[in-house]
Design a protein around this ligand. Structure first.
Ligand SMILES: [Zn+2]
Ligand SMILES: [Zn+2]
Length: 453
């Protein structure tokens, strides 16, 4: 049968008529089901009586709300919500452009081997080092970072790492790298118990050829306690006496250093390299005390100069450094023999002059004569006995040719231990005044070196 237009219209009319009784009874507030949703649509129907009104349609999303801000290193979240049904979906906001630092809170400037000794008893050093390998330099951190939000077709020109004990990076040291990290095996020369600040910049070239720079935030870390070693190229066993806690304060860092020789015995060829000399200039060294003493058959001091005083002696660290020779031949009895006592007395006269700082003092390998003088200085400042013993024994981590033991330390320092006084500061003061060091010189040394609490 053919259904014409009229027939179809009649069918629609019939359907409407059939609905009429229901619509008539629908003078109510619809009670809708929850919205049924999928990704594109929403729908709900009335549950009242026989009412079967249904609302349906496609979502109409709002302009979106930031529910999590994008950061450098972390994408954000944007949430879009249907204004009709409340259905929502989220989209990622790309991470911000920048540099993410691999942060760390603290750094121990000592190598794993040095740390083992420092955690063990004071007299156990020879379990770890016997003075036949050069192991005295600092351990160093690995600075790491990552780029964030930078398109893949961006070209890296270079990274620069800034490192400084000053928060404003004044006088910062900078290191360039082509990689996402800076791993330098030596030469940071960190101060101990000091907060360091670091940041990284990246010089980049975009796909369109334009160059731009990104800069990380500033991160910081604390260095830990312990003997402070430095890396001065060509000089062994280089340590700062500073950073040690003492009676009423702490010994200032970067002011007085002990080390091995700057040139070989009986030779005028320097062993300190040009980079080592540059480091001495950076440290601002103003004076060098050399304890090497004996005269060889050719009439030369161990430092290579003529012992008859016919030529002026200058420092291997440079002409601007005042060079003092306080010669003595080493014996375990150096603190009680005449030559040794003269060495100590002459040295304290130099140490008492504030114009001589920053200062380095050394013998040949920076262990015995140097260790004795370091001990006396630390005593005068009021450093704890065990800390002084560890400083002396730490020379075992340098290539000094053979080991030093705790027993040797106690033997060599016996004249000070035997002096009257209840503390090593008193004992050393009594020992020094007895051999002829004026009290005001001893007090001057303490005044110069100790930063009071
Ligand atoms: Zn209804
Ligand atoms: Zn919707």
């Amino acid at each position: 049968m053919k259904i014409g237009k009229a027939t179809r219209a009649a069918a629609v009319a019939l359907a409407v008529l059939a609905l009429l009784p229901i619509l008539a009874s629908c003078s109510h507030e619809h009670v809708f089901t929850e919205w049924q949703t999928d990704e594109k649509t929403h729908s709900r129907s009335c549950t009242a009586g026989r009412c079967d009104v249904t609302e349906a349609g496609e979502h109409t999303f709002d302009a979106g709300t930031v529910t999590k801000e994008a950061e450098v290193g972390a994408p954000g979240v944007m949430t879009y919500t249907c204004t009709v049904c409340g259905y929502s979906y989220t989209a990622e906001i790309p991470e911000k452009q920048g540099i993410v630092l691999n942060e760390f809170e603290e750094f121990d400037t000592h190598t794993p081997l040095q740390k083992k000794y420092l955690a063990d008893s004071v007299d156990s050093v020879n379990k770890y080092a016997e003075g036949v390998l050069e192991q005295s330099t600092q351990g160093t951190p690995v600075f790491k970072w990552a780029l964030s939000g930078v398109p893949e077709d961006t070209e890296l020109l270079k990274y620069t790492l800034y490192l400084s004990p000053n928060e404003d990076f004044e006088g910062a040291k900078t290191y360039s790298s082509r990689y996402f990290e800076y791993d330098r095996s030596r030469g940071f020369d960190f101060l101990i118990k000091t907060r360091y600040y670091w940041k990284v910049t990246a010089n980049l070239r975009a796909a369109d050829g334009s160059e731009f720079t990104l800069e990380s935030k500033v991160s910081s870390f604390m260095t830990l306690d312990g003997p402070r070693t430095l890396d001065v190229d060509g000089v062994a066993n280089f340590r700062d006496l500073g950073g040690k806690e003492c009676e009423g304060g702490v010994i200032r860092q970067n002011l007085i250093f002990r080390c091995g020789r700057l040139n070989p015995n009986y030779s005028k060829t320097p062993s300190i390299t040009s980079s080592g000399k540059k480091k001495l200039v950076e440290l601002g060294i103003r004076a060098e005390i050399d304890f090497r003493g004996s005269v060889n058959d050719a009439g030369l001091y161990q430092n290579g100069f003529k012992a008859d005083g016919s030529e002026p002696m200058t420092s291997w660290g440079g002409d601007q450094i005042r060079y003092y020779l306080c010669p003595a031949v080493y014996h375990d009895t150096i603190l009680s023999d005449a030559e040794g006592k003269k060495m100590v007395k002459d040295t304290f006269a130099i140490l008492a002059d504030p114009d001589n700082y920053p200062l380095i003092f050394h013998c040949s390998i920076g262990t015995d004569r140097t260790g004795v003088i370091a001990f006396l200085i630390e005593c005068v400042c009021g450093v704890d006995y065990e800390v002084m013993a560890r400083d002396y024994l730490f020379s075992n981590f340098a290539n000094i040719g053979s080991k030093r033991t705790y027993e040797r330390f106690t033997t060599v320092m016996a004249p000070v231990r035997a002096a009257s006084g209840s503390t090593y500061r008193e004992k050393a003061t009594n020992y020094l005044t007895k051999i002829g060091v004026p009290l005001e010189q001893i007090e001057s040394v303490r005044e110069i070196l100790v930063e009071k609490n």
